[in-house]
Design a protein around this ligand. Structure first.
Ligand SMILES: [Zn+2]
Ligand SMILES: [Zn+2]
Length: 623
């Protein structure tokens, strides 16, 4: 519980250690056509492997999100991608033979004897997983016969487009104490075009991987001595952060927010009030136990206080709200902070910047009266849309999670009227704003409806930015009150919002979205000035100084290398704009403008080129 802004699991993780649960017959019957195809392809691969390495022992070969795998135990040979050509050639033969996938059943004893004879010990053990009374089925294609509940495609010839992807070491049933197995991953698609499209997309995703780009561009790093999941932002990455904060601060200032700053930790009592403890304890770092020093006998005293690193900024902001008596005239009160939070993610779940243990959040809490809610909520949505436009997220969807009246007081705070009223208002705002949204019943937070925002990168990657939540429970837990016009005391509604999520996740997404080729306003190195020879040094220095005076990140690079080499280096560093100046440019008081990735540019008068650069930065233009 508590407000969990941007808590979405990043799903592209591979975990060969996790044992997969045996599917029930029902689940198997629900296999999609694609899964059926892919699982059949796993049989074809196993057929091929056994033809090439008849001594291989087989474990299992289920479909996965990206394709399929099969686990083998093979002593004399270590599989590598060098084997793929051979295996695929053999698979091609099996497909060409167009063998029928034939189902047959055996009794438990027959099945056991069958595998014992063939030395297939894993299969003997897997037999024991099949519940008593369930039919023990086998599938045969050609000479290959496998313990399997199916289903499959009709014939091996139905499998038309496949590719082996990689090998990995794994353990039988995912347990390190068990024998090590060799896993071969592959994928299959209904046709070659779809396979090719998928392979191209995979390659593109690999190129855009924020961990790879982050390292090449020296944006951030991790260090064992600092600890897993605790990113260190290097100078160039820090520029990205500062630019995002500048954008957020300008936008929020314009929208009437006020900035606050709060410490990174707080006493246990506050988290007990907020309800984060004990419910959210496992996501928090363990407490620091402080004893009172200097007690009379000079010994170390008892634990007096427990302090926790903050997992959320909300309680701190609530305390700022309650720090002085509030009047309705002060509402809506919008408190904003790029607050650093700490969450104890399991080490197996850490992934680059996508899953981290320290994060800086684009946080704010809006305290308002019910009749101000619709306008405030609308303004928050508009802020999201404004950001989407700046970053060029053309495709997005808002997911509006509502409560279930049957579960009031149990899953949802027992405020039937407030639920109805706020949900109606949220729905109306979404409709009035013409926002693309879906409504998801029974998925609201405990204390109010919420909106998750899905955006899609240029390469089609889906990403949950952050949630926008309404909260009508926590403000009352903290005893937040304001004096109304007729001198009563009321509890405000609170909107939690974080349109730019956390720096860590948002930048991971942006790095992949732009493939590291940031627009000018955001690029860590905006301008590199390349004088052709010593002769143009003074002219080039003058341009550099002028740009830097205007806050532009401009660097002069001079070496006696040939120009093409220097341009290549700037391209590799993803410098946004190069200004090349030779004798002719100097003479004419001009510059040759060359944009990253765009090849030879045009020669422009110096003043015009600089004015254009400044304007594009000022407007945060998308190119
Ligand atoms: Zn099968
Ligand atoms: Zn919050």
């Amino acid at each position: 519980m508590g407000s969990e802004h941007n808590d979405t699991i990043y799903t592209n993780m591979e975990d060969a250690k996790k044992p997969i649960q045996r599917k029930t017959l029902d689940e198997r019957n629900q296999m999609t056509d694609l899964e059926r195809l892919r699982h059949s392809c796993a049989h074809i691969m196993a057929t091929a492997v056994l033809r090439l390495w008849p001594e291989a022992k087989l474990d299992i070969g289920p479909p996965t999100d990206e394709g399929f795998y099969y686990d083998f135990d093979l002593d004399g040979h270590r599989f590598s991608p060098d084997d793929f050509e051979n295996i695929e050639a053999e698979m091609k033969k099996v497909v060409k033979e167009n063998q029928v996938f034939e189902r047959q059943t055996k009794t438990r004893d027959e099945a056991r004897a069958f595998f014992q004879e063939r030395g297939q010990n894993f299969k003997v053990e897997r037999l024991a997983d099949i519940p008593e009374g369930e039919e023990i089925s086998f599938y045969q294609n050609g000479e290959f016969i496998d313990l399997c509940a199916g289903p499959h495609v009709m014939r091996t010839g139905n499998v038309k487009a496949y590719k082996l992807l990689r090998v990995a070491a794994t353990y039988y049933r995912g347990n390190e104490k068990n024998p090590q197995l060799q896993r071969i991953y592959g994928t299959a698609f209904p046709n070659k075009t779809q396979l090719q499209e998928w392979l191209t997309a995979q390659e593109e995703a690999r190129k855009r991987d924020h961990r790879r780009i982050g390292k090449a561009m020296q944006l951030f790093t991790f260090d064992d001595d600092v600890g897993p999941g605790l990113p260190l932002w290097m100078p160039k990455g820090s520029i990205l952060i500062e630019e995002l904060e500048k954008l957020a601060k300008e936008t929020e200032f314009e929208a009437g927010y006020q900035r606050v700053r709060t410490p990174h930790l707080a006493k246990e009592s506050m988290y007990l009030t907020s309800g984060h403890l004990p419910y959210y304890a496992e996501s928090m770092f363990p407490p620091m136990e402080l004893s009172e020093d200097g007690n009379e006998d000079g010994e170390k005293g008892q634990v007096k206080e427990r302090y926790y690193l903050k997992a959320m900024n909300c309680p701190h902001h609530h305390k700022i709200f309650s720090a002085s008596p509030r009047s309705y005239k002060e509402l809506p009160l919008r408190l904003a902070e790029y607050g650093t939070c700490y969450r104890y993610e399991q080490s197996g779940e850490l992934m680059g910047l996508m899953r981290v243990r320290s994060m800086q959040m684009n946080d704010a809490h809006i305290y308002c009266m019910p009749d101000q809610f619709a306008d405030e909520f609308k303004a928050v949505n508009e802020m999201y849309l404004k950001y989407f436009k700046i970053f060029g997220f053309e495709k997005y969807q808002m997911r509006f999670s509502t409560h279930d009246p049957a579960r009031l007081g149990e899953k949802f705070v027992d405020e039937p009227e407030l639920w109805k009223k706020t949900e109606d208002m949220v729905r109306q705002v979404l409709i009035d704003s013409g926002i693309d949204y879906v409504e998801i019943p029974n998925e609201a937070a405990f204390y109010g409806p919420k909106i998750d925002v899905q955006v899609y990168s240029i390469s089609g990657r889906e990403f949950t930015i952050a949630t926008n939540q309404v909260d009508f429970a926590v403000p009352s837990k903290f005893g937040l009150k304001y004096r109304t016009a007729d001198n009563q005391f009321e509890t405000p509604l609170c909107i939690h919002r974080a349109p730019l999520g956390t720096h860590e996740r948002f930048l991971a997404f942006l790095i992949e979205h732009y493939a590291g080729n940031f627009p000018l306003w955001l690029a860590p190195e905006q301008i590199r000035i390349l004088p052709l020879t010593d002769e143009q040094m003074d002219y080039a220095k003058g341009i550099e100084a002028e740009l830097r005076q205007h806050g532009v990140r401009a660097e002069l690079e001079f070496s006696h290398d040939k120009l093409p080499g220097r341009i290549l280096r700037a391209e590799e560093a993803k410098v946004h704009t190069m200004l090349v100046v030779g004798g002719r440019e100097q003479e004419a008081n001009s510059v040759a403008v060359r944009l990253h990735g765009k090849g030879r540019g045009e020669v422009r008068p110096r003043d015009e080129a600089i004015a254009d650069i400044l304007e594009r930065i000022r407007t945060r233009s998308g190119d």
